[in-house]
Design a protein around this ligand. Structure first.
Ligand SMILES: Nc1ncnc2c1ncn2[C@@H]1O[C@H](COP(=O)(O)OP(=O)(O)OP(=O)(O)O)[C@@H](O)[C@H]1O
Length: 311
């Protein structure tokens, strides 16, 4: 019962097409109080379309979206949310503090300016004209505007896109400070590293579908694996006959595939007398693994599950 009351966002089997383009295909996700959820995916994965549904800006073809106990777009839900969208405009000739005072005046229950400036790392920039701020500082100002109304839920659509590593990390500190205050956060990002650094739970989207979800350790375990590469006259189809759950590709004279159990799978390949020369087994970066996963949208994982029957 308590768990249900804590559910701030409940997206259930959401589907959306634009003409023939399937933008969201049966998406489900939930966010609880005090939780940071990262929606991770490449360009065109469906992150912004999901957010547009959460904000009530788009109507679903099917499925449902509820926020803070109300249907998406309901004023009572909007009152309890803060939103930072991509490409939001800021006035040039206004100072940081003037902009924040203006936004604070829109809310009956705004946070103290001091606390917002602190959370958004803007304390030293109050008198600066917005046109003089760096890209990272502008993003932090937009973040401050999103949290000033003391929302229970904050939605951040790719807040660190285009920022350099330092500015990105400064922004991460802001999100951590917000989460420490107990605010639920939905964050979209292209970066696995960012999702890993900030989120309690990650949902990986690819071509409008959820292809992996779980706590960061689960996602990393699912994405983690080894790359096996060897020279062979065998074809990817030959390899599939021996290892039906592995999907191999050819690079010149070499065959390669990804697996979480390389020892067991190599044993099967040797037992099948496949020609294997110049063998390498190497770790792959999480970023590479994520790319593998998203490129194979529709496949739950490029890696065979560990509990699969092996040699
Ligand atoms: N208004 C629209 N009309 C037609 N197609 C659309 C529209 N909005 C989105 N799409 C398509 O839906 C798919 C999902 O787009 P979406 O913007 O949600 O992806 P995204 O994950 O947010 O990408 P990005 O990281 O580039 O912002 C894409 O194929 C996109 O071209």
């Amino acid at each position: 019962m308590q768990a249900h009351q804590d559910l701030l966002v409940n997206v259930s089997h959401l589907t959306k097409k634009f003409g023939q383009q399937m933008a969201l295909d049966d998406i489900s996700l939930s966010i609880r109080a005090n939780e940071v959820v990262a929606l991770l995916g490449e360009n065109g994965a469906g992150k912004t379309t999901t957010i547009s549904h959460l904000l009530g800006q788009l109507e679903a073809d099917s499925g449902s979206v509820r926020l803070l106990g109300h249907p998406a777009g309901h004023w009572a839900a909007k009152q309890q949310m803060g939103v930072m969208l991509q490409g939001a405009a800021l006035p040039d000739n206004v100072t940081v503090i003037e902009q924040l005072r203006l936004f604070a005046s829109y809310y009956p229950d705004s946070q103290s300016l001091e606390q917002v400036l602190n959370t958004a790392l803007l304390t030293d920039l109050t008198q600066r004209k917005i046109q003089t701020l760096s890209g990272g500082q502008k993003q932090r100002l937009l973040f401050a505007m999103a949290i000033i109304g003391t929302p229970r839920l904050v939605i951040l659509d790719e807040p660190t896109v285009g920022l350099d590593a330092t500015a990105r990390r400064e922004f991460w500190a802001c999100i951590r400070a917000l989460a420490a205050q107990g605010t639920a956060v939905l964050l979209t990002t292209h970066y696995l590293e960012e999702a890993d650094a900030l989120a309690d739970s990650i949902v990986v989207l690819a071509k409008g579908r959820v292809v992996a979800e779980g706590i960061p350790a689960q996602i990393k375990a699912q994405l983690g694996g080894k790359r096996v590469c060897f020279r062979s006259t065998a074809t990817p189809t030959d390899l599939k006959t021996v290892l039906p759950h592995c999907s191999a590709s050819r690079r010149g004279d070499y065959l390669e595939f990804y697996t979480t159990t390389p020892e067991a799978h190599l044993k099967q390949l040797f037992a099948a007398n496949l020609v294997i020369q110049d063998l390498t087994v190497s770790g792959i970066s999480l970023e590479d693994a994520f790319l593998q996963l998203t490129q194979q949208a529709g496949v739950v994982s490029p890696f065979p599950l560990q509990q699969e029957k092996t040699a």
